[in-house]
Design a protein around this ligand. Structure first.
Ligand SMILES: [Zn+2]
Length: 272
């Protein structure tokens, strides 16, 4: 695409500024890993808004976004296998008050199927406020997880059960991008984000892997269209600069870049 100053919304980032493991990984790829460093990265890359995923609990992300509402949105999380009625009520209130723009769930890590009825109360809240539910999908990067719950094909049943639920398959369900392609094409209420397809660190076949991934993403867009795709990085596993450059290599039309980098996110989450 042409190298301009088009506005970008990043629909998938994480902030674990206090976790030693995350700090080490982030610094290993050259990130200035702090709130200020992140803010500078966003500015330099014309990212006008970034959606932060809560991972274990909601408090830290909620507080951070309340203090920095200009640059960030927050996604809440909840464990469908272990929550109290109070947690659901808090989720409902926080979404109603506008603190959370999305709900992020982790089926492969926590081991539940997205269409399992234990999740229904969460989806009822999501549908009440038209709040998208984002599912970590695809690779789970730990042997303590189960891939059968993280496969994007599970989303088909959920989308069928709740046609009004807005659903986002994170990471294109990588490496099952081909399955995600059909699930988003068939179901009007299912979207996918482009985040985290490769780690930012150096490895021997990095460039070859990037090329193969681009071909798969192109396949998906030629088949399903660009209307269902959201740009996301998975910061701090990759840098904004590298990831934006990577996505800009796609052989697609200019207007599709505009949808992926900005317009589709506005449709789902509102004006940045
Ligand atoms: Zn992520």
């Amino acid at each position: 695409m042409k190298q301009g100053k088009e506005k970008i919304i990043d629909c998938h980032i994480h902030i674990h500024f206090n976790f030693p493991g995350s700090v080490k990984t982030a610094e290993g790829i050259g990130l200035r890993y702090s709130p200020d460093g992140l803010m500078r990265d966003l500015k330099e890359n014309n990212v006008v808004k970034a959606l932060i995923m809560s991972t274990f609990s909601n408090g830290f992300v909620k507080k951070f976004v309340k203090e920095n509402p200009k640059h960030f949105w927050a996604a809440a999380t909840i464990n469908p296998l272990n929550y109290k009625i109070q947690d659901l009520e808090n989720l409902d209130t926080d979404i109603k008050k506008g603190f959370f723009k999305a709900i992020k769930l982790y089926p492969g890590y926590l081991k539940f199927y997205p269409a399992d009825e234990i999740c229904t109360p969460i989806y009822e809240i999501a549908m009440r406020y038209k709040t998208p539910v984002i599912f970590h999908s695809g690779d789970t990067s730990s042997s303590h997880t189960l891939l059968k719950y993280a496969h994007p094909f599970n989303i088909d049943e959920l989308a069928y059960k709740f046609p009004k639920l807005r659903i986002i398959i994170a990471h294109l369900g990588n490496p099952w991008i081909n399955d995600t392609k059909e699930v988003i094409s068939k179901n009007p209420n299912v979207y996918s984000d482009l985040s985290g397809l490769f780690p930012g660190k150096y490895f021997p076949y990095k460039e070859e892997l990037k090329q193969k991934l681009l071909e798969q993403v192109e396949d998906l867009i030629y088949y399903a269209g660009a209307e269902k795709l959201l740009f996301g990085t998975d910061y701090s596993l990759v840098s904004h600069k590298e990831y934006i450059e990577f996505i800009k290599r796609l052989r697609i039309k200019e207007r599709d870049f505009e949808k992926i980098f900005f317009k589709n996110a506005v449709k789902l989450f509102g004006e940045p």
